[in-house]
Each structure stands twice: as structure tokens, then as C-alpha cells.
Ligand binder design. Sequence first.
Ligand code: ADP
Ligand code: MG
Length: 317
Amino acid sequence: MGEFELIRRFFATASCARESEGVALGIGDDCALLQLADGEQLAVSTDTLVAGVHFPETCDPFLLGQRALAVAASDLAAMGADPLAFTLALTLPDADEAWLAAFARGLERMARGCRLTLAGGDTTRGPLCLTLTVFGRLPAGQALTRSGARPGDLLCVGGSLGDGGGALALVLGQRQAPPRVADYLLERYWAPQPQFALGRWLRGRATAALDISDGLLADVGHLARASGVAVQVERERLPLAPALLELHGREAAFGHALSGGDDYRLAFALPETYRDELQRLWPEAAVIGRVSAGSGVRLLDAAGDELPLPATGYQHF
Ligand code: ADP
Ligand code: MG
């Protein structure tokens, strides 16, 4: 199977590669053509996943296909962008048909769930590595950046925290758990759902937002720095899933929620006036603290006393 046969069989003919609204020209030419409406901006983000660094070399290709796209698409949701398209640069050690078929199915499932069209890519031979670039559309000037949080805003997250980090021991086969625990955590790790609907609702309401990829404390630290404010996180308010608590217990669950990473929930600063609406429309979301004047991140216990900060998120260098 040559390079072009591979592209055709597994990607160009996939149903997620069909031209769609906003993708005027898809796979097959030198470039794809994306069409924006008047007054729209294009949101663009790239993520690379390297075998042995971001996922085990031998991991299930279906799950990898889902996760690779979910992780990339989460950045669009975090800006409040509506999904448009993505490209896939695939480096493979060999053209293993069974691997490719399963990978393409996983990619397809997530692409359909996220309404993202596969518009192009690149295919090369080498150590297994995936680079996905995602494109989204936004009404000009309405992107949710990291830099607008104001003292007095609520600090909120879009759903349970710690699931990604808490799932890792199961992913690596170091721990086992009953199906009600394992199914939930493994689904959250392998198929985190980018919070597009929440991001869209936050447009024009939230003052700042990002997605939690490095761990809550590290990521809200980025938001605080970019906004020139301080944030307080109240530990008892962190939403923890029953499965995470059952597998790890409360103390370790807090650890995963604070610094585990890989959650792909949105974290955002929201003016107090939207508190009731948030809780009514997004019951999974939680207010976990406050924005105030100053700098840095403080962690508080139930009594309001300051707790020491655990080590922060993963860094490659
Ligand atoms: P070029 O040499 O002009 O850069 P390629 O031969 O690399 O183009 O790719 C041919 C077409 O197939 C292009 O439209 C490209 O976007 C698409 N393509 C290549 N690899 C992939 C892939 N892994 N997934 C989706 N589309 C791909
Ligand atoms: Mg070309």
C-alpha cells in the first residue's frame, strides 16, 4: 500500500472528510479552502502527540484516534470557537492496515461528535507521532482569551476534575478497578468531550477562559498571569466524580484534581451576575473560587485557611 492509497483508503474517503459548511475544498489538492462568513475570525491550534511521551507505543489505535482529536479540539472549545475543520499530520513506522483502520474509526467517532471535518494532512514514515491542527470560527472580537479576568469574578470549571490523572494508573495497567469505576475513568481519559456548548455559552459572559490540560493549579496560574490578577481555589468545592473517589480516596483525588492534568474541562472567570444561570444551565459546572487583585494562585481549605501548593503540571523542558 503506497502513501496515496493509504491516504485515500483511511482518510480521504472517511465520512468525516466530506466537504461541509465552511470547508469549500477538502482533501486532494495542495491546500484545503476554509470559508468564513463576514465578520468571523478563524481560531487555529496545533497539538502534537509523540509515542512514548504522550501515549504508550502499544496503545489501542481506536482510542488513540479519539483522544488525539479530542485533546486538540478542546483548545477550540476553550476559546469559545465553533468547530470547523482539522488536519492530520501522521508519522508512522509502517503502514499497518489493521492499526490504520482502527485509528481512522476512532478519529471518525470523535470528529462526528465534535462536528469537525478532516480537511487535509500529511503522511510520512518515522517514529509514531501525530500532529493535529484544528480550525474553528468565532464572531470577530468574541474569543475567550486568558487575559480578561477581573477582581470579583467567580472562578469556575466545566465539570469534574482529576479524572484524567486518576485514570492513568488504569491506562498503564498498574491498577485494576470494577467496571463501574474503570469504564467511567477510561472513557474520560480516552474520549474527553471538548466542551463546545459551554464555550459557546461563555462567549460574551466569561471574562477569561482556558482548558485544563496541565492541571488545574498550573492552568489557572496561566489565567491569573495573563489577566494580571490573583485567584483563590477552594479545595472543598472541587467537583470530584464518584469513580475517582472510589479508586483513589479523597486525598489522592484532590491531588489529581489540582495537578493531574489531562482533564480537558474548561476553567473560566465569570462575573457574579451569571452564577444562577450557570448553575441552572450547566449543572456539571462548579464555582471553585474567586478572582481578586494581586498575583498568583492560593489554595484554601474549608475554613478559608491557606494550604501549601502541591507540585504543578508536567513540563517537557
Ligand atoms: P502535497 O505533497 O501537495 O503536500 P500530499 O501528497 O502530502 O500533498 O497530500 C495529498 C493530499 O492528501 C493533500 O490534500 C493532503 O492534505 C492530504 N493528506 C495527506 N495525508 C493526509 C492524512 N493523513 N489525513 C488527511 N489528509 C491527508
Ligand atoms: Mg502540493
